[in-house]
Write a protein that binds this ligand. Structure first.
Ligand SMILES: Cc1ncc(COP(=O)(O)OP(=O)(O)O)c(N)n1
Ligand SMILES: Cc1nc(C(=O)O)sc1CCOP(=O)(O)O
Ligand SMILES: [Mg+2]
Length: 218
């Protein structure tokens, strides 16, 4: 019998449902509004949510994503991803290594890894990753990132040389998401531009349309 096909990360907008930005709004409501705007990929990034609450939020957000046909990934936490039956995880330098995440998750879930260059992307592929998050593309105040800003040219270079699909992250918003798409990136990850918008669903619609226009060079 053949192994089950490896799931693919949907291209386009990649949204982080994050508890460090817009802290007054519950995570489940953030996810609902993102999905109402047509989100296809939601990463649940919980840096300040106590773990028991995080598990129940993860279960609820996975349920909402599944109903909407969207992919739900857990940031950092392979244990929560398994317990909540999420579609995968995103890990970086301070998390479990990608090999360990893959070993725990098996072949049927997605593993995303943060890298800073194409060499990192090649190592991530060897470790069993499905895609790489690459940043910071632009300056960001959401996180202090221990790496220089890549800019669009730097991102495009990684895209060209990466053996894995690249998701650009860091300072991505309505002003520049089309150019991120035009760089050849598979996806564009957005935190604050969506979470700080008055109407999250409408912002997701606008960003999605702008990514599509950029991708086709329109
Ligand atoms: C799509 C995507 N790319 C990069 C990151 C950053 O992950 P990491 O380096 O583990 O940092 P934290 O998000 O855990 O602070 C990401 N989350 N998503
Ligand atoms: C979580 C994260 N990781 C980054 C990296 O470059 O690794 S940048 C970032 C924060 C991105 O937030 P915003 O969309 O608000 O700029
Ligand atoms: Mg992490």
């Amino acid at each position: 019998m053949n192994a089950p096909p490896r799931p693919l990360l949907p291209p386009g907008l990649y949204l982080l449902c994050d508890d460090t930005v817009r802290v007054d709004m519950p995570l489940v409501l953030k996810a609902e509004r993102m999905l109402a705007g047509g989100a296809r990929v939601v990463q649940l990034r919980m840096k300040r949510t106590p773990v028991r609450e995080a598990l129940s939020v993860a279960r609820e957000v996975v349920r909402l994503c599944r109903r909407a046909g969207a992919v739900c990934l857990l940031n950092d936490r392979v244990d929560l991803a398994l317990l909540a039956d999420a579609d995968g995880v995103h890990v970086g330098d301070e998390d479990l290594p990608a090999e360990a995440a893959r070993a725990l998750l098996g072949p049927g879930r997605l593993v995303g890894v943060t890298v800073r260059d194409a060499e990192g992307a090649r190592a991530a592929r060897e470790a069993g990753a499905d895609y790489v998050g690459v940043g910071p593309v632009f300056g960001t105040t959401t996180k202090q990132v221990p790496a220089p800003v890549l800019g669009l040219e730097g991102l495009a270079r990684v895209v060209t040389d990466s053996p894995l699909p690249v998701v650009g992250i860091g300072g991505v918003g309505l002003e520049n998401v089309g150019r991120v798409a035009a760089s050849g990136a598979h996806g564009a990850a957005v935190v604050s531009d969506v979470l700080l918008a008055q109407d999250l669903a409408e912002r997701v619609r606008l960003l999605t349309a702008a990514f599509e226009r950029g991708r086709v060079g329109g």
